[in-house]
Design a protein around this ligand. Structure first.
Ligand SMILES: [Fe+2]
Ligand SMILES: [Fe+2]
Length: 483
């Protein structure tokens, strides 16, 4: 369907779903649009609304050449509805309807289940923009500021993606849910975001990089499973979102890598061998490696909670219904129904961690979390290579899944990062060694001074190896509006 590859830009809402021929949905979205713009305008500080940001905009959903870079004022960014091209004859990849033609309309019996999944996914998208709203003011360079805003406008677009599904397929209920997505807000007392990790603060840039590495990667895993959905519009929406998500994780991985690189470089220049010589290292204006590890511990464990309970009947129902698949479902070679299959799940028995074979159908969350851990460990390995290259004895590690959990079998249990169960008192005494404490936060905050000259970088982070869109190092990624 070639006409759906290129994006219609002559309408208020750019799209490749033929919106101009779908008056009802077009009207509903146009009605929702001002509320969205208000949300954006209230959130992003005024000076950045008027700055010109070198952003990529989608011009086609063809994987080759979908983006065009140009200076844009963020409120004028063309948030649109973009679905990956329809795959003709696509079938439901898993569960009891496996092999049937994928649904183009919502199957009545799964309406509530599907709506719930869309709302939860939709709620995370604006949540992250809210969490990152203050970071523009302390960007370590214009390059980083551009990346932040690129991530932000794309998370805004992901909200549009979910709102489109709600407005098109869920009638009045869907419209109410779409309004509620703009009513809830991160950290709010009365109407918080639905998932814990999206109500936490993102207080500094190291947190931002960890968030885009670890929490956006949870997003990737969820989108990968929803891309396997038998509800075809959901699958197509998620497939296109994944192409954007890849950039968010790039920002995270390279961001953390550049912080590590800078720390190692400064340690070397000053003859510091011991990574635990924290005071000396901090006095040089860089973030010591143990503190970076603490930030990693926090963001990784918060992200693990997003996978939900290890054993879950809701997850089993979604899989069995063919609404949500497993990671890379299409590459797996089992029966895709999991009728008799088992999967090893970590459980707690008399305070001991044991692996127990459970019905695989109820363990799809656990399986996705295992896939996530493998996926997340790749970048950690690359960070360690950077450290090793400088000859410094230190390794970043993913903490044990039992550490610092709020959801699942390990919730609120005093496990240390190695997976050893401690007494609550000992845990409370030592937790400041494993998670960022007040002093760590204050120190990092003290480094967060803006650098707004093209080519200038804050002292705690290395410049990137290559620029965005192959631009040179001193490219003016953001033309700031000075009031
Ligand atoms: Fe997103
Ligand atoms: Fe993202």
């Amino acid at each position: 369907m070639a006409e759906l590859v290129n994006v219609e830009y002559d309408t208020l809402i750019p799209n490749n779903v033929g919106l101009s021929k779908d008056r009802r949905v077009q009207k509903a979205l146009e009605k929702w649009h001002p509320g969205y713009i208000n949300w954006w305008n209230d959130l992003i500080p005024r000076e950045f609304q008027e700055s010109l940001v070198y952003l990529r905009t989608t011009v086609s959903v063809d994987p080759k050449g979908w983006a065009k870079f140009d200076y844009v004022k963020m409120p004028e960014y063309r948030w649109g509805i973009l679905l990956a091209p329809e795959v003709e004859g696509r079938t439901i990849p898993c569960g009891e309807h496996m092999g049937d033609l994928a649904w183009q309309e919502v199957p009545g019996e799964y309406r509530a289940l599907l709506q719930r999944l869309i709302v939860i996914q939709g709620d995370t998208e604006p949540g992250s923009v809210e969490q990152q709203r203050f970071l523009g003011k302390t960007a370590p360079s214009l390059y980083d500021m551009r990346n932040l805003f690129q991530v932000n406008v794309e998370e805004g677009r992901h909200l549009w993606a979910m709102v489109y599904l709600l407005q098109k397929y869920f009638g009045r209920n869907g419209r109410e849910e779409a309004d509620d997505l703009l009513r809830r807000s991160s950290g709010s007392e009365e109407a918080p975001r639905m998932l814990g990790a999206f109500n936490e603060e993102t207080p500094d840039w190291l947190s931002f990089f960890m968030f885009t590495y670890f929490t956006d990667r949870d997003g990737k895993m969820q989108l990968e499973s929803l891309a396997q959905s038998g509800f075809d519009p959901m699958s197509r929406t998620c497939r296109f979102m994944l192409t954007e998500e890849a950039h968010h994780m790039f920002v995270g991985e390279t961001g953390v890598g550049r912080v590590i690189e800078r720390t190692c470089q400064v340690m070397k220049e000053n003859g510091i061998e011991d990574p635990y010589d924290v005071d000396k290292i901090r006095a040089l204006g860089v973030i010591d490696l143990p503190t970076i590890q603490k930030k990693l511990n926090m963001h990784y464990t918060l992200s693990l909670d997003l996978f939900g309970q290890e054993v879950s009947t809701n997850a089993a129902n979604a899989f069995n219904a063919g609404i949500k698949g497993r990671y890379m479902e299409h590459r797996l070679t089992d029966d895709h129904k999991l009728t008799d299959a088992t999967y090893p799940v970590t459980q707690l028995e008399n305070d001991a961690i044991v692996l127990k074979d459970m019905p695989a159908l109820t363990a799809v969350n656990m399986r996705l979390r295992d896939d996530y851990r493998r996926d997340a460990s790749g970048g950690v390995g690359r960070w360690n290579k950077l450290i090793a290259k400088h000859g410094i004895q230190f390794e970043m590690v993913l903490p044990h899944e039992a550490f610092n959990r709020e959801i699942g079998v390990f919730a609120k249990k005093p496990f240390d990062p190695d997976g050893k169960l401690l007494g609550q008192t000992e845990y409370d005494e030592r937790v400041g060694d494993w998670l960022p404490n007040k002093a760590d936060g204050d120190f990092i905050a003290s480094l967060m001074v803006p650098c707004t000259e093209p080519g200038e970088y804050a002292g705690w982070i290395s410049p990137p190896k290559i620029g965005i869109d192959n631009k040179p190092g001193d490219f003016e990624y953001v033309k700031l509006h000075m009031a």
